[in-house]
Design a protein around this ligand. Structure first.
Ligand code: GDG
Length: 477
């Protein structure tokens, strides 16, 4: 296949831009706020980089276009593919399976067929835009077959893969009817990256058991002589960017305004999550409701602000969750609320980044209680915004972030009594204790930002076993 012009190619389910309509009716693309694009932008610019992804609308074919100096290559999806590849296999099969089967994964053969077909489309696009010997970085669970498909088309490429969500224990992964195909798909990469060392070990063990390849520690030896490396690269955030935002007068004023409009309570407790059944919203709301009901916290003193960003709204389990949380919030507020004092302020909406920073600044206690989470960036964003060393973080031990944020109040979210005790301890902690904990967490987050994460991954991809002459140029200062 003829090669293209990009020396560095990122492949992700979504392009890093959203379409917006300007007041004059013109449609424009606006860069989406994620940390991934911020981290990769400089490398892309220095390497004539291209980003391949879906543009977010179904049944629409768009030509490649440039945005802010980045080459964007849209992949089209039909309405049926959105339902089967994206909402179906990615989000109703793989997502629950990889998150400890928190809800039952659905296995449908037509969803799998669609997943294969769409993965091939992404691989074919990449094969066209990558220059000879280019570096290609495939992102996440929607595209696990791409590394192998791409290698078959373009054996000259150096291919990396990163999984943003957990990789399940072998006993759960075995349930997947297409387990061997997924493992073989990932083995098309030279480097397979995970959030946690345990996930990389799960993968290597499965490869040994299910595919029968020889392995040693983090290496897999393939019969064709290639070696694949599987390692952990815990992802992070644009920490300095968040801190800078949190320091702006506008954000500080807005934080004060938020507290004011909540009635200036002694304690503001905050949760911010996509509305997802993995995030442990039920557990934390129940814990808070019980603390108020039994008088450990008083409704005049403590307010819980829960932002639940709308997510995957056409997937059945997400509809069920939305109704459940609505009911639970209504019940708690009805049971323990008073006129003018709703203990839970529940916001089913998404907000600009500035508002997120203001919320982080306004919160005395941040509660992050996923039942399972690859990393959890919200926990790190809260820490990055607390440059005053104030505020406490209650963090699930089942979030990847727990292995780095050891000074958080760590909890088992299934243990409601334990959760209540930790929440209360965090609310009642004195300034010296919380400053000590926050300082330790800030050191970790500010030093290990997303730029370092991307740098580590790309360096090891470039230098790992079997690497050819390095083609990736370091980003310009
Ligand atoms: C997956 C993995 C892993 C949320 N609401 C709004 C908003 N957000 C932003 C947060 C944060 C991001 O979305 C959410 O990231 P998380 O890490 O918390 O969770 P997932 O979406 O599940 O992400 C996860 C991550 O990938 C990265 O590898 O950490 O484990 O599940 O950045 O700030 N941003 C804005 N408005 C909102 O209303 N602007």
């Amino acid at each position: 296949m003829a090669a293209g012009t990009a020396d560095f190619v990122v492949i992700a389910n979504r392009l890093p831009v959203d379409r917006v309509t300007a007041p004059d009716g013109e449609t424009l693309w606006r860069k989406s706020p994620g940390g991934l694009v911020t981290a990769l932008e400089p490398v892309m610019r220095s390497n004539g980089g291209a980003w391949i992804g879906w543009h977010g609308a179904s049944d629409e074919k768009l030509k490649p276009f440039d945005h802010d100096g980045l080459q964007l290559v849209p992949v089209h999806l039909t309405e049926q593919e959105v339902a089967e590849y994206y909402e179906g296999f990615s989000n109703a099969t793989l997502w629950p399976l990889y998150h400890d089967v928190v809800v039952a994964p659905e296995f449908h053969r037509e969803w799998w067929d669609s997943y294969v077909k769409v993965n091939r489309r992404f691989a074919e696009k990449a094969a066209k835009v990558a220059r000879k010997n280019a570096v290609v970085w495939v992102q996440d669970y929607q595209l696990q077959l791409v590394p192998r498909m791409l290698r078959e088309l373009r054996p000259d490429l150096r291919i990396g893969f990163f999984l943003h969500i957990p990789f399940p224990p072998t006993e759960l992964f075995q349930q997947l009817p297409w387990r061997k195909e997924i493992l073989e798909g990932l083995l098309g990469a030279d480097l397979v990256g995970f959030q946690m060392p345990g996930a990389a070990q799960n993968f290597v063990r499965l490869v040994r058991q299910r595919v029968g390849h020889k392995t040693h520690r983090d290496l897999v030896y393939l019969p064709d002589g290639r070696t694949v490396m599987a390692r952990a690269y815990p992802i992070s955030i644009d920490a300095a960017g968040f801190e800078e935002l949190a320091r702006t007068p506008h954000v500080l004023a807005r934080a004060a305004e938020i507290r004011e409009s909540l009635g200036n309570p002694t304690t503001v407790i905050l949760g911010i999550d996509r509305l997802d059944y993995t995030k442990g919203l039920r557990q934390r709301l129940r814990a808070f409701g019980e603390l108020i009901a039994e008088g450990s916290l008083h409704v005049d003193d403590a307010v819980f602000v829960q932002v639940a960003t709308p997510s995957r709204e056409r997937v059945q389990q997400y509809k069920i969750l939305r109704d459940d949380i609505n009911r639970l919030v209504g019940r708690i507020n009805g049971d323990v609320g008073r006129i003018g004092h709703q203990p839970i302020q529940y916001l089913h909406a998404s907000y600009p980044r500035e508002e997120m920073a203001a919320l982080y600044r306004a919160a005395d206690v941040m509660v992050v209680t996923p039942l399972r989470d690859g990393m959890n960036l919200v926990a790190k964003e809260y820490v990055a915004c607390r440059y005053d060393n104030r505020g406490s973080l209650v963090l699930s031990e089942f979030a990847g972030a727990a292995s780095e944020l050891k000074s958080a109040y760590q909890v088992n979210p299934h243990d409601i009594n334990g959760l209540k005790a930790s929440l209360l301890e965090a609310v009642q902690s004195g300034p010296r204790t919380s400053a000590k904990r926050m300082k330790a967490m800030r050191k970790q987050v500010m030093e290990n930002d997303i730029e370092r994460w991307a740098g580590n991954f790309l360096r090891e991809l470039n230098e790992g076993p079997g690497a050819h002459a390095m083609t990736l140029r370091p980003s310009a200062p």
